[in-house]
Design a protein around this ligand. Structure first.
Ligand code: UDP
Length: 365
């Protein structure tokens, strides 16, 4: 039974820019076939890096997309090409507050959260809230709408891992009060409450543990290593390696990740699934690859390694391979070439916006 939502609740949607609405339900009237309305999917964090790519993909798959974002770290620029479509609408809303969406929903894809270590350290409370309260709100919505929900978890649930590579059965090594704890613990709580809604309320849930991903639409000044190095190379600055650069990461191109997420959404598996590219590289080698790709003559310089920066990270994707028949297809050379093309296409003003967001107006909330 769908729960009645009070009128008061509906006004919590701060600003609503409705570009298209779905047509009346289909029917075969007087022998005339009327087009079946599209299934509707809610995507949170839709103006962010991954959310915007998910919007593109779900529209391509024939869904009506309801995009939601509070625009703290996301940018409308990532989705502005969609605003003229009838099968796309945008809500400017913070999912940590009550979420109301009129009409049916088939799927909810919860991808709202700051995701760069510098971002989430600057807005720790919002980060904790979106992973916990935001997830709770969306699970409640999924329950009312009888929708399937997929939540974006992260390799950060493994912390600074003691097991290598990381498979889903590893419980992790996380500092609950460390520099990354606002993100890591919010995401661990997210997994726990998602599992509880699955077991207790029978909600259809999916969880994707996302490893380092890169590609077009990453925010140039978000502090993560790919945009940081690309921006530095394009501005002719030296590339800043944190620590000795012997820490490892495994980078997945965004198209591969989106494919994995889509397959997981359609699967019938409720446990967490790693999606990432197992090709591991040290940060120093990665910086050298970027110097070569961009043809810059700059140097590599070293800065202190932030505390709780994981020393190694590599997904074990055995489960995804078996369950989803999925594995990454785009190698790093090709993916980085495409990513470089994107960063090269930014305007000089965008390229020089290198200072990290201050988030001043959100910090006390
Ligand atoms: N890093 C770096 N220089 C930079 C930015 C990041 O050496 O300008 C390092 C960072 O210390 C980490 C790795 O690159 O070891 C990946 O950092 P990122 O912020 O992209 O994400 P993480 O995988 O740590 O969550």
């Amino acid at each position: 039974m769908a729960k009645k939502v009070s009128r008061k609740a509906t006004v919590t949607v701060a600003k609503k820019r409705k570009v298209g609405v779905s047509k009346a339900p289909s029917a075969v009237k007087a022998g005339r076939k009327v087009n079946k309305p599209k299934d509707r999917v809610l995507i949170t964090g839709a103006a962010g890096f991954l959310g915007s790519h998910l919007c593109d993909r779900m529209l391509k798959e024939g869904y009506h997309v309801i995009a939601m974002d509070n625009l703290i770290t996301g940018s409308l620029k990532n989705i502005e090409h969609l605003f003229r479509r009838e099968d796309f609408e945008f809500y400017h809303h913070d999912v940590s507050k009550f979420v109301h969406v009129p009409g049916d929903l088939k799927y909810i894809m919860h991808f709202a959260s700051p995701a760069s270590p510098i971002d989430y350290e600057k807005i720790p409370i919002q980060t904790l809230k979106v992973g916990s309260l935001g997830t709770h709100n969306l699970l409640g919505l999924a329950r009312v709408k009888k929708a399937r929900i997929i939540v974006a978890s992260t390799s950060e649930v493994y912390g600074d891992p003691k097991v290598h590579p990381q498979s889903e059965s590893y419980w992790g090594h996380v500092n609950p009060v460390g520099k990354r704890s606002m993100y890591d613990e919010a995401k661990r709580f997210q997994e726990a409450i998602t599992m509880a809604y699955h077991t207790y309320h029978g909600v259809e849930t999916r969880m994707v543990r996302i490893f380092n991903t890169y590609g077009p639409r990453m925010r140039l000044n978000d502090g993560r290593v790919v945009p940081a190095f690309m921006g530095q190379a394009l501005r002719g600055e030296d590339l800043t390696i944190f620590g000795k650069g012997d820490q490892t990461r495994s980078f997945c191109y965004v198209d591969d990740l989106i494919e994995g997420i889509y397959r997981l959404l359609l699967s019938d598996y409720a446990g967490p699934v790693n999606i990432g590219n197992p090709k591991e590289i040290t940060i120093k080698q990665f910086a050298q690859e970027i110097l070569k790709l961009t043809g810059t003559k700059q140097k590599l310089i070293h800065k202190p390694l932030p505390s709780d920066d994981p020393m190694q990270r590599q997904p074990d994707i055995t489960l995804a391979k078996k369950l989803l028949k999925w594995e990454p297809k785009v190698d790093r050379a090709e993916g980085m070439r495409r990513t470089f093309e994107y960063f090269k296409s930014l305007t000089p003003e965008e390229l020089n916006e290198k200072e990290h967001f201050s988030f001043e107006k959100y910090a006390k909330k």
